[in-house]
Design a protein around this ligand. Sequence first.
Ligand SMILES: Nc1ncnc2c1ncn2[C@@H]1O[C@H](COP(=O)(O)OP(=O)(O)O)[C@@H](O)[C@H]1O
Ligand SMILES: O=P(O)(O)OC[C@H]1O[C@](O)(COP(=O)(O)O)[C@@H](O)[C@@H]1O
Ligand SMILES: [Mg+2]
Length: 478
Amino acid sequence: MEDSGDSHMKIINGEAGYVLEDVPHLTDYIPDLTTYPNPLQVNPAYSTVKQYFVDMDDTVSQKVVVHKDGPRGLHFRRAGPRQNVYFRPDDVHACIVTCGGLCPGLNTVIREIVCGLYHMYGVRNVLGIDGGYRGFYSKNTIPLTPKFVNDIHKRGGTILGTSRGGHDTSKIVDSIQDRGINQVYIIGGDGTQKGAAVIYEEIRRRGLKVAVAGIPKTIDNDIPVIDRSFGFDTAVEEAQRAINAAHVEAESTENGIGVVKLMGRYCGFISMYATLASRDVDCCLIPESPFYLEGKGGLFEFIKRRLKENGHMVIVIAEGAGQDLVSESLQSLDQQDASGNRLLQDVGLWISQRIKAHFAKENKMNITLKYIDPTYMIRAIPSNASDNVFCTLLAHSAVHGAMAGFTGFTVGSVNGRHSYIPFNRITEKQNKVVITDRMWARLLSSTDQPSFLRPKVVNKQEKPSIQLLNDNLKDTKQ
Ligand SMILES: Nc1ncnc2c1ncn2[C@@H]1O[C@H](COP(=O)(O)OP(=O)(O)O)[C@@H](O)[C@H]1O
Ligand SMILES: O=P(O)(O)OC[C@H]1O[C@](O)(COP(=O)(O)O)[C@@H](O)[C@@H]1O
Ligand SMILES: [Mg+2]
């Protein structure tokens, strides 16, 4: 942990292997800041709540499955309102920015930050930054009030607009300083949180009383530590419509094959959960589980068998799956988007063409294949009811944290409890489907597809007893 390169990490060790990875506080670099009683104490809606304020010593354990004699392990500070705050409501000048790809629920988070600040803390000055990070220095701001954001949660996308690239730290912090902003709410994925971390570092270097709070957005579910991000549930639900269509098309013709491509650049969570939810999927292909087409145990052999058994089949493929195979047969362009993310080849189109070509060559089996690509449909929609509630809790946790003077943190639910997590924990690695975990085994058992792992590869995987202690255990909670 000490090797992370972050000189400001706050690690507190306790008894029996208890470790708290705390988040920074404004008082870490600005001593003697004045505190004020939390206005929630006199808020009619909240003042009656028993134990509404979070105890300063409350922390959330990263692992809920522990061995009798094992260490207590890593903990994060529990999110929620504190007795005292470090800002007077009239002095708060907050801003909100959304960055990266779209995700259902962005508008709900924006709405709930504005309404949370306004209704819980009496804050009146909230600005929207137009068009992602570059909006800080190249665009006008948008004043946000509860009235303005009242029904935005019913719309997909983000009312603030978003972008990739354009992260210029000093220009962004100059803009924050020039505008007198003292609370920055940054909603975005892994790239955005890396950007938020450097903004926080620069603000701290300049000694500014500015709280920086991240709200993790990832439709792919690729952010580690947190249980899930908002919008994931909605995306999986929307994916069902594409899978249903593929299934209807496939079962209506002899040897019908439906191929559905879903988002998931580096990880296959959407595909895995959409497959498990649907029960109509015969094969799910994800980036974490390499596959091959030809020969014994390959995809073509499986398709042939399944068509003989059932007369039709549905394949779900994550956009990042099989990219090595695609590059072998198509000229690899190796392009990147403005944020430096690799641009992927269309694996759905590629696999559809390969399947068609294979069965045309076999000449014994006439197949009908329909390829459905609902990529942007699953993320350009408003969030569902459950995600809406989740967005509200995340937004309120961020507001409570910033008002309480915490900074340099991302909010997230860890084992169901909302927590403040240091940026480096969120950005140091990507969350992936662990194909030796039980969730992937459940999928293999439900689709009865080949694992595409040759025996010697399986033997190389970690033994289950070791995995119990592995950080990845949380990825697919059993
Ligand atoms: N390592 C980084 N340092 C600073 N800013 C970054 C970094 N990676 C990405 N960003 C910025 O974060 C924003 C969003 O990143 P992107 O990867 O497109 O989406 P996401 O945050 O959803 O992963 C972009 O404006 C990009 O410039
Ligand atoms: O076409 P765009 O906007 O670059 O988005 C495509 C990408 O967005 C994603 O949903 C991930 O985006 P983020 O990194 O912004 O979360 C990927 O699954 C997909 O490859
Ligand atoms: Mg990303």
